[in-house]
Design a protein around this ligand. Sequence first.
Ligand SMILES: CC(=O)SCCNC(=O)CCNC(=O)[C@H](O)C(C)(C)COP(=O)(O)OP(=O)(O)OC[C@H]1O[C@@H](n2cnc3c(N)ncnc32)[C@H](O)[C@@H]1OP(=O)(O)O
Length: 388
Amino acid sequence: MTIRRKAFIAGAYEHPGRELPDRSIAQIHAEVALGALADAGLTLADVDGYFTGGDAPGLGGLAMADYLGLAVRYMDSSDMGGSVYLSHVGHAAAAIATGKCSVALITLGGRPRTTALRAPGQLMGAPPEAAFEPVFGMNVSAVYALAAARHIHEYGTTSEQLAEIKVAASLHAQHNERALLRKVVTVEDVVNSPMVSSPLHRLDCCVVTDGGGALVLVNEDIAKSLDRHCVAVLGHGEAIEHTKGGWQDVTVTGGVRSGRDAFEEAGVSRSNIDYVGLYDSFTITVLLALEDLGFCDKGEGGKFVLGGTLQAPFGKLPFNTDGGSLCNNHPANRGGMTKMIEAVRQLRGEAHSAVQVPDCEIALAHGTGGWLSTRMGNATVILGREDA
Ligand SMILES: CC(=O)SCCNC(=O)CCNC(=O)[C@H](O)C(C)(C)COP(=O)(O)OP(=O)(O)OC[C@H]1O[C@@H](n2cnc3c(N)ncnc32)[C@H](O)[C@@H]1OP(=O)(O)O
């Protein structure tokens, strides 16, 4: 059983706000739901499957289904942090492929920027180990700093190489009028910015924003009936890994497994990928993903990103053309959603003209999720352009 070309993304919508002090989280979910459904040419009444992550208020999916007035026959409110909205695309496609639903709505909404959840280390709900690790300074940036430090030690990666990733994101963000940070930065800007958690500087980090996004997936018959350019889901993989209580190599992520499974299901190779949306909580997150997804060998990421590799439109592997979470937005700390939305724009030819990848036919979106390790929850989705 495969989900390859069984489900199609018909609607995608990104909330335009970056600071939303006057909205409730439920309102943000509702606004993006209506936006994505309008994009698809559908309504709430058409939805029979609903997916949302741990950012939804109250009883999560149940509360939001009630708030939105949905009557669905399939629901999933599992959470995988930064990778959840990629895993939900895979889950929704599987539900559609098996006939459990025909129109799946996926919503994300949150307000970490205008709430007390702004400080690093307070970005998500307290995990079981909170009493033992974050209180000693082991917050999210410190975890990724461990991975960066190990990568530097093991492979000779430099801060300047990591900075190239932020530079590429900022070159893209300058064209996005909604991006929180639109200033183009240099390698020197990044390495001279204040240290947050050595070796990660402020400019190695993602932004913290309010906002949200939504996707609508449909089955093939509905996709054909819609007056909208749909995008096919070709493959999906996810990897949840146990990390505690033993030695682990923090430079290796679950992307090794999730990527392998997604490529296998999609039946495409790395050289077929025209665009990548990579979860970018920190510059090191992107570098590890590039290696673990197989775009370069382990340890070679620092060299791989040199020379404008990630820069759209003509780099070897253009990434995060909306500016990503490093510059644009990171709503509810679950940046996988925006990686999907920009990948859909690229495949529809609807990205900003300055960063639209020519003849973009196959895109990959990848999420890294987790609190205290880069290995915990990873999800990869491969999408293909459908010629309408
Ligand atoms: C699974 C996962 O990986 S979850 C990911 C979790 N996400 C995170 O951990 C978020 C990481 N980011 C952060 O914690 C914060 O954005 C920080 C620490 C980098 C910066 O926070 P602060 O130091 O409080 O910055 P503050 O908001 O006060 O802004 C100070 C300046 O830095 C700038 N700035 C803030 N964040 C960033 C950033 N990420 N990149 C570049 N500039 C930034 C601001 O624009 C501001 O500039 P100005 O003085 O010219 O106006």
